[in-house]
Design a protein around this ligand. Structure first.
Ligand code: ATP
Ligand code: MG
Length: 196
C-alpha cells in the first residue's frame, strides 16, 4: 500500500495543490494521499490560524475516497519540520519504500535548507512537479543522494497560488473555480482574507 503525503500551508488550499497531488497519485500508483497542513510557522508572514486552514483542507478533500487530512503538524507543539512528520508516518507502520513526499518544484529546490534534510531520502521517495511561473529546471543542482530518490512528474499547469487567491479575495475579484466551492464559501463566510 503506497502512501503519498502532500504538505503545505494551504492558506487556502486551491486546485493547484489538488491537481499536483492527484497527478502524483495517478502517475505513481499511490493508494492513499494524506494532506498535511503546516502548523503555524514562526518564520513566515502571519498566516491564517491553523484550524481555519485545516477546515478548508477537509472541505476540499471531503468525499474523495483516497484522500485524508492529518493534524500531525498542527498539533505538534514544537517548531515543525518535514523530517519529523516523515518519521511519525514511518513510526505508524508505513515502510520507507511505500512513502512518497510530494511538493512543487519550487519547494523541492529548497530542500537543502530543510532541517536534517540529509536523512529525508532514507525515509521516502520524493516526488516533484513543475509549477507555473517558476523555472522548469534546477533539479540538476541538487545533491546526488537527493536526485537518486527524486521522481519528477509532468502535470497540467495551473497557474495559481494561495497568495493570489488571498489578494483576489481581499480585493473582491472573485475566487470561484480556483478553489473548491466549499472552500470559497468558507473563505467568504469567515471573511478570512478581508483586511482587519
Ligand atoms: P503561498 O502563495 O501562500 O506561498 P502556495 O500557493 O505556494 O501558497 P503552499 O501551501 O505554499 O501554496 O504550497 C504547498 C505545495 O504546493 C508546495 O510544494 C508548492 O510547490 C505546491 N503548489 C502550490 N501551488 C501549486 C500549483 N499551482 N501547481 C503545482 N504545485 C503547486
Ligand atoms: Mg508557497
Amino acid at each position: 500500500m503506497k502512501t503519498g503525503i502532500m504538505g503545505g500551508t494551504f492558506d487556502p488550499i486551491h486546485y493547484g495543490h489538488l491537481l499536483a497531488a492527484e497527478e502524483a497519485r495517478i502517475n505513481l500508483g499511490i493508494d492513499r494521499l494524506i494532506f498535511v497542513p503546516t502548523g503555524d510557522p514562526a518564520y513566515k508572514r502571519k498566516i491564517t490560524p491553523a484550524e481555519d486552514r485545516y477546515a478548508m483542507t477537509l472541505l476540499a478533500t471531503a468525499g474523495v475516497l483516497e484522500y485524508s487530512v492529518s493534524r500531525i503538524e498542527i498539533d505538534r507543539k514544537e517548531e515543525t519540520h518535514t523530517i519529523d512528520t516523515l518519521r511519525e508516518f514511518i513510526k505508524s507502520g508505513i515502510k520507507p519504500e511505500d512513502l512518497y513526499f510530494i511538493t512543487g518544484l519550487d519547494a523541492m529546490l529548497s530542500i537543502t535548507s530543510w532541517f536534517d534534510y540529509k536523512k529525508i531520502p532514507d525515509l521516502c521517495t520524493l516526488v516533484t512537479a513543475r509549477r507555473p511561473g517558476y523555472p522548469v529546471s534546477g533539479i540538476e543542482t541538487l545533491p546526488d543522494f537527493i536526485k537518486d530518490k527524486l521522481k519528477y512528474i509532468e502535470i497540467p499547469q495551473f497557474a495559481i497560488s494561495s497568495t493570489e487567491i488571498r489578494e483576489r479575495s481581499r480585493d473582491g475579484r472573485g475566487i470561484r473555480f480556483l478553489v473548491p466551492h466549499l472552500v470559497e464559501i468558507y473563505i467568504e463566510s469567515n471573511k478570512l482574507y478581508k483586511s482587519k
